[in-house]
Design a binder for this molecule. Structure first.
Ligand code: C2O
Ligand code: CU
Length: 693
């Protein structure tokens, strides 16, 4: 809804601009009418253009003040404080002054051929008639810029009020001069002069706009080498819960020369059973169930790569070998809170592993649950091409059926053709399970957008989200399960005597049919509403609650804007008005309690993913989460939504925090959580082997 309203407003504003320019132009020309007939015609034309322009503008005002405004001042803040009052003010003057003036001029009496008397001409050139129409063009232009190019944010938004004021004054002064020149002998410029003026103005506009474009394109170029250590610009987490003085006091801390390197933050305790795996990244042709083949990038020849299943408490040792992936690869354990050195973020915790090279990852499987792994070098492309697989940590011996299902879509962007798959199944896959068997389906969404899956044929429970078991999950039936990009849901149920089917909540896509005899389908059913983790399960003691005092509070305002990223035009999703690598590191100290607020003011879903930590979701849209403790590592923040989350800074390192729509990350929606004193020797950029996204 928010996204639709957002674009409706953006497009209406675009439509309004030419109309207001035309109306302003016509109104400004009233003074040039030589005859009464001409004066009337021009007035009618100006009146019509103004009324036409009023439609889209009044609609946008109504939408901002109404439907969009209802998303609240957190989401709509500067639009409500800047755009909205500007539009209202401009509309008010044109309704009270401009339109009545035009109306009077349009209805002036007298013979059409008669010359316009000087007083009439002066009235038609009055600033109170002309400027109200023209100021709407100015406001619409500002509004257009704010919708498409740079959404207003914080105090800098006030600049636009200044721009508007100066423009209004300039227009009034110009109009007074023009009016006063009427009737005086020297008045009026020749046609040639006016054409030259218009030409000069056009050149100035072209140079300014063109120059601005070239300048922003150049300025957006990424440095050839960039360090995640940051460059003196840090976010120390202000906000309501952090006394200003305390935050300011931290200023000197961030990068201590005596800092620990990310390389030193490895798994300490190497005791206990070791599970060893080797994952070899290589190009290979894979085959889907339908027989269709895809040239993929694989681990050990398959995509998804091998399912890594370990037992809670095991020491996991994975050797990554790169056979032939030119750009290099890494392994990132998505959702798993590994020691920083094993995080697999190219250019942050390691160099990408070049073809012919290998690297060992080691971490303790201390948390049970469903996770996944993927390359974190050029991840937008590499995950898309197939470099990912499941990581399952079993809490103990598995009873019954325990099945990991990785949802993905072949055939968007990087790979031609299209197929939605569970694993490698692009159609119907069957599995025989006898009635009474406890079943756990571990769903993983590996694509860049949210997906709604559903289970038909049996009631079920959502036992876990993002690897975290939920407390007291109730039985639900037929609900659509909205899965964030990168997110996981574990579903549990007891196998009935008839078929049960996992599929997309809409039609299309693969289906996994579990049945006692390997036959049949679950009956088609309409989905029964959407599952909401915010009110599911029974409340339990949580580490963070209403009474928690936070050491730091970071706010991430997400906006959409057209602009340039690395010299190329792009629709970017900026965080607090900036994109990678200019978004300041969020700096914390070990042991601190951190609150984070996501505000999605943009038109797209943003599955926010913080490495190395799980966050507890506190509120959504200002309302407290009421169900079981909801722990997430991939949290979809939909357009118009706000979330407060909290976590304990208990895993020192330098951690990526980014949108798991990897295409968004690739155009700059990426920043770092940095523990004070932790530094990285690695760099990213074209002069390095590392491009994390
Ligand atoms: Cu699954 Cu930083 O990513
Ligand atoms: Cu995003």
């Amino acid at each position: 809804m928010f996204a639709a309203l957002y674009w409706i407003n953006a497009v209406l504003t675009l439509a309004a601009l030419p109309l207001w320019l035309l109306a302003g132009q016509l109104t400004g020309r009233l003074r040039k009418a030589r005859t009464l007939g001409r004066l009337r015609r021009t007035s009618w034309a100006a009146l019509t253009a103004t009324l036409l322009a009023l439609l889209p503008t009044a609609t946008t005002a109504a939408l901002i003040g109404g439907a969009l405004g209802s998303y609240g001042t957190v989401v709509m803040a500067d639009r409500l404080y800047v755009q909205f009052p500007m539009i209202l003010a401009a509309l008010a003057v044109v309704l009270v002054k401009g339109l009545p003036g035009l109306w009077r001029t349009a209805r002036v009496g007298g013979d059409a051929a008669e010359p316009v008397p000087v007083e009439r001409a002066r009235a038609a050139a009055g600033p109170w008639l002309v400027v109200p129409v023209q100021i709407n063009a100015v406001v619409t232009a500002i509004s257009l810029y704010l919708w498409w190019i740079s959404p207003p944010l914080g105090r800098s938004a006030m600049v636009w009020w200044a721009v508007l004021l100066v423009a209004a004054l300039a227009l009034v002064v110009r109009q007074r001069r023009r009016r006063d020149a009427l009737g005086s002998e020297s008045g009026g410029v020749t046609r040639l002069v006016s054409v030259m003026r218009i030409a000069a103005a056009s050149v100035v506009v072209l140079v300014v706009v063109g120059g601005g474009l070239v300048w922003s394109a150049e300025r957006s170029r990424l440095p050839e080498r960039h360090s995640a250590n940051g460059h003196g610009d840090y976010d120390l987490g202000g906000g309501p819960d952090v006394p200003r003085a305390a935050a300011g006091h931290q200023h000197a801390v961030p990068v201590a020369a005596s800092g620990r390197s990310v390389d030193s933050l490895t798994e300490r305790d190497l005791s206990g059973p070791v599970r060893r795996f080797t994952l070899t990244a290589r190009t290979a042709r894979i085959r889907l169930d339908s027989g269709r083949t895809i040239d993929a990038w694989t681990f050990n020849g398959s995509s998804p790569g091998p399912e890594l299943r370990v037992r809670q408490g095991d020491l996991v040792e994975v050797t990554l070998v790169n056979a032939d992936i030119e750009a290099g690869v890494t392994l990132h354990w998505h959702g798993y809170d590994v020691p920083n050195a094993a995080d697999g973020a190219a250019g942050v915790t390691q160099n990408a592993v070049a073809p012919g090279h290998r690297m060992k990852y080691r971490f303790r499987a201390k948390d049970a649950g469903s996770y996944w792994y993927h390359s974190h070098q050029q991840s937008a492309e590499q995950v898309q091409r197939g470099l990912y697989g499941a990581l399952i940590v079993e809490p103990g011996p598995v009873k019954g059926a325990d099945i990991a299902v990785l949802y993905r879509e072949w055939g968007t962007d990087a790979v031609a053709g299209g197929a939605r798959v569970f694993g490698t199944s692009d159609g119907l896959r069957r599995q025989r399970i006898s009635p009474g068997t406890p079943v756990r389906l571990r769903l993983v969404n590996t694509v860049n957008d949210p997906v709604d899956l559903t289970l038909a044929g049996s009631p079920f429970r959502v036992a876990a989200i993002d690897g975290g078991e939920l407390h007291g999950p109730g039985e639900i039936r037929g609900k659509a399960l909205p899965m964030a990009a990168g997110g996981r849901y574990d579903l549990t149920f007891t196998m009935p005597a008839h078929p049960v089917e996992l599929r997309r909540a809409d039609t299309g896509g693969p289906a996994l049919v579990l049945s006692p005899d390997g036959r049949g389908r679950a009956p088609a059913q309409a989905t029964n509403g959407t599952f909401d983790p915010a009110s599911y399960g029974t409340p339990t003691a949580t580490p963070f609650g209403p009474g928690t005092r936070y050491d730091r509070h970071f706010t991430l305002n997400i906006d959409s804007s057209f602009g340039f990223f690395d010299g190329r035009p792009a629709l970017r999703y900026r965080i607090n008005g900036r994109v990678f690598p200019d978004i300041p590191n969020m700096v914390v100290r070990e042991g601190e309690t951190i609150k984070m607020t996501f505000v999605n003011r943009s038109d797209a879903d943003h599955p926010m993913h913080l490495h190395g930590h799980h966050v507890q979701v506190l509120t959504r849209n200002g309302k407290r989460v009421t169900g079981a403790s909801w722990r997430a590592d991939s949290l979809n923040v939909a357009p118009g939504e706000t979330y407060d989350v909290a976590f304990k800074a208990d895993n020192p390192g330098l951690w990526m925090d980014h949108c798991h729509n990897l295409f968004h990350a690739k155009v700059g929606m990426m920043l770092h959580l940095a523990y004070a004193g932790v530094t990285t020797p690695y760099d990213s950029g074209t002069a390095t082997p590392n491009q994390p996204e």
